[in-house]
Design a protein around this ligand. Structure first.
Ligand code: ADP
Ligand code: MG
Length: 360
């Protein structure tokens, strides 16, 4: 075979690098929204309102009543690796926030039009800024001044993401269905509103200018995890769930779960896993729970599991995946075993009490 002549290696232009990197973190509208929700939660919001147009490809808007962003920080808000959440690498071992890399807003600004209106409690008015490719750009198209402009606004932050992937046509083409993207958005909002029950979260889609559409998701202040599961998945699901609570000092883990029992009949599984409050995929947990329920449920029926694990932060690596959708943790097998054992105990007890009820 012919020997291939080596081609010269050259450094990619920064804009290309940034756009490529952004595409790894923001793969579709629901990833972007997840990052934005996490930012609102990190900012201590108790109310999060989401508005979506065309599956998030035309518009993703999120309004929170959190801390707001200091006006002085606005110029570097969308720069890569700028964050208010960690200061040193070591801080990752005790991380108490969702964010830490300062990449989400930067990434979004490289693949969409982004603007922010924000007001801290200390400020007497809100400030609005617009961003492109990591930097501030004029808010008004006819202006050349890219500084933030004062405006009216509530305490907290409104982030508006428009025309996602306008400059990455391949990505846009690969996401054909706005309906499918909206469904993914709704799943993310459902999951976060369940796990963060008590916080008011809403999600609605809007077609035109008017936003008089009713919300598809609307959770209440003070609602419980179980209330919100019932709200999203229905009372029939809610009725069949048992509460599993356990802790192991040896493994340094706390388990809090709502799981379906032996009588539950669903055509497909629902797994909502949170590890140290992060909504994650965890294949070892999924496999173990599927195997567990396989012996319990009628053929062709599947479980519902909401599972929150709190693990010593020093044992969890949150930085294994660009979307943070996977995390790795120590003693994974032992933790998975603990979850299944505790679930078995609760279901066994439930079985006994049912028998008992029948007997009396
Ligand atoms: P990270 O969350 O990893 O710090 P982001 O790019 O998501 O990075 O956000 C950058 C910074 O912008 C955050 O550290 C935070 O200070 C600020 N920020 C982003 N969204 C909000 C919000 N909704 N409310 C208050 N501050 C925010
Ligand atoms: Mg963030």
């Amino acid at each position: 075979a012919a020997v291939l002549a080596p081609r010269a290696i050259a450094k990619l232009p920064e804009a290309v690098v940034n756009r490529i990197a952004a595409g790894e973190i923001i793969q579709r509208p629901s990833n972007a929204l997840k990052e934005l929700i996490e930012n609102s939660l990190d900012a201590g919001a108790t109310s999060i309102r989401i508005t979506v147009k065309e599956g998030g490809l035309k518009l993703l808007q999120i309004q929170d009543n959190g801390s707001g962003i200091r006006k002085d920080d606005l110029p570097i808000l969308c720069e890569r690796f700028t964050t208010s959440k960690i200061r040193a690498f070591e801080d990752l071992s005790s991380i108490g926030t969702y964010g830490f890399r300062g990449e989400a807003l930067a990434s979004i600004s490289h693949v969409a039009h982004l603007s922010v209106t924000t007001k801290t409690r200390a400020e007497s008015c809100a400030w609005k800024a617009a961003y492109a490719d990591g930097a501030m750009v004029p808010v008004k198209a006819d202006s050349s001044d890219s500084s933030a402009i004062p405006c009216a606004g509530n305490d907290g932050t409104v982030l508006v993401v428009e025309d996602l992937f306008y400059n990455t046509p391949q990505r846009l083409r690969s996401l054909r269905s706005a309906t499918d993207e909206y469904a993914r958005i709704v799943s993310v909002v459902m999951a976060y509103s369940i796990h963060n029950a008590g916080i008011a979260m809403s999600c609605r889609k809007t077609a035109g200018g008017s936003s008089n559409s009713t919300a598809d998701i609307n959770t209440s202040v003070g609602a419980s995890v179980l209330d919100n599961i019932g709200l999203h998945y229905g009372d029939t699901v809610k009725r069949e769930l048992v509460h599993v609570e356990a802790a192991s000092s040896e493994l340094d883990v706390e388990v809090n779960a709502w799981c379906s029992g032996a009588n539950f009949q669903a055509k497909k599984s629902t797994f909502l896993f949170f590890i140290n409050h992060r909504y994650v995929d965890c294949s070892s947990l999924k496999r173990a729970l599927e195997a567990f329920y396989g012996t319990l449920l009628a053929k062709g029926t599947h479980p519902f599991v909401y599972l929150s694990l709190e693990i010593d932060p020093t044992k969890v690596d949150v930085n294994v995946h660009p979307t943070k959708k996977e995390v790795a943790f120590a003693d994974e097998d032992d933790v998975v075993e603990l979850v299944c054992e505790e679930l078995a105990k609760v279901l066994e007890k439930q079985g006994e009490s049912r028998n008992y009820k029948v007997q009396t």
